[in-house]
Write a new protein. Structure first.
Length: 242
């Protein structure tokens, strides 16, 4: 009889124990964010903030876990919280192998931020990230999570004129690019004696591989859909020697 009463008592306490969890509110809980940028500065950093609020009556010591569900190969994603700034290889703020062992202390009613620092290194693309949050007192239970998509696109210059058409980087070692535009349909590359050495169909966001070219000066004809050369540019191909 006593065992049955104890069992019923535990069942009554179970909802109370569950209610104690889930007091952490993470905003946004899910989102798609699109950023437009010309990405001319390859060192430019993009940031995205998550707000954490302890809406419970007890303090929390939070552990976060970062998962990269998808990301362009050239991108890096780093995280900072109120304690530290973490390198890309850190998937959690508790990782003894990285000398990271400090949970985020969050008092009742306190609000803090966890910030994603995204480095695309001049590459447009999209990524999906997931963050899970755990209270240190129950390290196997996820009390809040969020998944978000982050997209960086170059703006298309619908009204672009010929003056805006430039090649970059210049000088170049492996590739050249054009600003996003609706003018260029084809790109032909000539050496200084007038011989065509490469030709590309133009596409916004594409890197044109010129790594096979010898070091030297080249002329680039930009051609529209009617087959008319609308602009001729120059770039210097250089070779990095070991």
């Amino acid at each position: 009889m006593n065992k049955n009463l104890l069992y019923l008592f535990c069942l009554l306490l179970l909802p109370i124990g569950l209610a104690a969890q889930g007091k952490l509110v993470v905003k946004p809980s899910s989102t798609d964010q699109v950023v437009f940028d010309y990405l001319a500065d390859i060192s430019k950093e993009f940031t995205f903030s998550l707000t954490l609020e302890n809406q419970g009556d007890e303090a929390m010591n939070l552990i976060w876990r970062k998962s990269i569900l998808s990301q362009p190969l050239d991108w890096l994603a780093e995280i900072s919280d109120k304690n530290n700034y973490y390198l890309p290889e850190a998937s959690s703020n508790i990782d003894p192998s990285l000398n990271s062992e400090e949970a985020i202390y969050l008092a009742p009613g306190e609000i803090t931020e966890v910030i994603f620092h995204i480095f695309p290194f001049g590459n447009a693309g999209d990524a999906t990230y997931k963050m899970e949050f755990i209270d240190e007192i129950a390290p196997t239970e996820v009390i809040a999570e969020t998944t978000f998509d982050y997209t960086i696109q170059r703006p298309i210059q619908v009204g672009a004129d010929r003056a805006s058409l430039k090649l970059f980087p210049n000088p170049s070692t492996n590739y050249i690019e054009l600003p996003y535009n609706n003018l260029v349909a084809q790109m032909d590359i000539y050496n200084t004696i007038g011989r065509k050495v490469l030709s590309f169909e133009a596409e916004n966001g594409l890197r044109y591989d010129i790594s096979s070219l010898p070091t030297g000066l080249y002329l680039v004809s930009l051609i529209n859909e009617r087959g008319t050369v609308i602009k001729t540019l120059r770039f210097f191909k250089r070779t990095i020697r070991p």
